[in-house]
Design a protein around this ligand. Structure first.
Ligand code: 5AD
Ligand code: SF4
Length: 421
């Protein structure tokens, strides 16, 4: 979502203020840092980065801090780094032109509603288009700062989403990537109360009716809202790519309850295994937090058990990081850092074993790959329908096309193959 926010900022500044991008910070008239606040590390990095940019920037160049850390740190940023010219919170992106033209501008209102704002156009990638479908998040997971930085959830009107997807697809982006904090909660609240009633499954069907759209991806869905209707559309709509992100967070029902995730280990397994039986080729990725307050060895074993049963194709794993404004930061039984580190290591070793098995099974399989990028080593890289990274030695004209590829060398993180003509 931050990548898309950055594209919106670049688009507004390019269109309304004649800014162009540069890779050299020392040439820039304006330096923007778009920040995350989900874990503590990137927040502490922010201030050291501001220092480095301040040292190297040209005279008179401005520095702006945007994104989630801007939202939650607010005017403290000016106090800690007086060289910053403006602070623009997530969900206030449409005010970027005002921000650059106002001394010490600050806007971090998490109730600000830009769900119907039509941003100018800019896309980093010609072949795939990110399209926001909602802003904010209505969940209150006890470890998560996002509801405090991006505010309550509001769905973007379906017509705006469809128009944006159509325009991007007509310009060559065969793949549309729908974005939201909790995509399968789509349709719960629109700013315009008269918006027609619809849910995420309906939205997937509408976007798939655009002729030029060949692939649809989305992130992130919430396991709690994976009802049968959603799984059926996922399984049956041929344009919906067969890869699902299912953020588990923990395999222990006790920990899940303390996290306020709204589901149990059994519910998660039921949905994941149902998905596996409905779409055997689908890949499933997940997010896991280890060392959540009160997590015992037994709780952690439950997480490993879910990993063994689901055999995720990809895992993003994190050590729990206490965040300001969140309930879990006040929980008493914080897990010692070395215990959390050991669990993280154990989890990653198990995942490598699972991935070694999974990748062996891929030898000689054929995938439809959408080539999006030419790598420095002259390989063409793209994603299979089920989200595997595939690289081939190939011709430039394959960029932006979908080709059938036979896997000749499957590795854990990237598979190598050859195009089958
Ligand atoms: N500590 C560690 N990981 C976190 N995440 C969110 N909040 C925290 C936190 N306080 C992880 C979750 C989420 C992903 C984007 O970041 O796994 O799904
Ligand atoms: Fe954070 Fe939970 Fe919302 Fe995801 S669903 S953004 S983890 S509060």
């Amino acid at each position: 979502m931050n990548v898309r926010d950055s594209e919106h900022i670049i688009a507004e500044l390019g269109n309304k203020e004649d800014y162009v991008l540069t890779n050299e910070a020392c040439e820039a008239d304006l330096i923007l840092i778009n920040t995350c606040s989900v874990r503590e590390k990137p927040v502490s990095k922010l201030f050291s980065e501001i220092g480095v940019f301040n040292k190297h920037k040209k005279d008179g160049a401005k520095i702006g801090v945007c994104g989630c850390s801007a939202s939650h740190l607010g005017k403290d940023i000016f106090k800690r780094a007086p060289e910053v010219n403006f602070v623009l919170g997530a969900r206030n992106v449409s005010k970027i032109t005002q921000a650059i033209n106002t001394d010490k501008f600050i806007s971090v209102d998490i109730d600000y509603d830009e769900s119907s704002y039509a941003f100018s156009e800019f896309r980093n990638n010609a072949y795939k288009a990110f399209v926001n479908i909602s802003i904010g998040c209505d969940k209150k997971c006890t470890y998560c700062i996002v509801p405090h930085t991006r505010g309550d959830e509001i769905s973007i009107p379906a017509q705006l989403i469809v128009n944006e997807a159509r325009k991007a697809a007509k310009n060559g982006a065969k793949e549309i990537f729908l974005l939201g904090q909790n995509v399968n909660n789509y349709g719960r609240r629109f700013s315009d109360k008269s918006h027609k009633k619809m849910d995420f499954s309906d939205l997937l069907d509408e976007v798939s009716q655009i002729d030029e759209v060949e692939r649809i991806r989305f992130t992130s869905p919430h396991p709690l809202h994976m009802d049968d209707k959603f799984l059926k559309v996922f399984a049956q709509n041929p344009k919906v790519c067969k890869s699902m992100h299912m953020p588990l967070q923990s395999g222990s029902s006790r920990v899940l309850e303390h996290m306020k995730r709204g589901y149990t280990k059994e519910w998660f397994l039921n949905r994941a295994l149902k998905l596996r039986s409905m779409v055997p080729d689908a890949s499933i990725s997940t997010d896991i937090i280890v060392g959540f307050p009160g997590e015992s060895d037994e709780d952690f074993e439950d997480t490993l058990d879910v990993m063994r049963q689901v055999r995720f194709e990809q895992i993003f794993s994190f050590k729990y990081s206490p965040r300001p404004l969140t309930k879990a930061a006040e929980f008493k039984e914080q897990v010692p850092p070395d215990v959390a580190s050991n669990r993280l290591k154990k989890l990653q070793v198990l995942q490598e074993e699972i991935l070694d098995e999974i990748s062996k099974e891929k030898l000689n399989l054929e995938y439809k790959v959408y080539f999006e990028e030419k790598r420095n080593n002259k390989m063409l890289a793209g994603k299979s329908d089920n989200n595997a990274l595939v690289q081939v030695e190939g011709k430039d004209e394959w960029l932006g096309t979908i080709q059938k590829v036979r896997i000749t060398n499957p590795k854990r993180l990237s598979m190598y193959g050859e195009v089958v003509i």
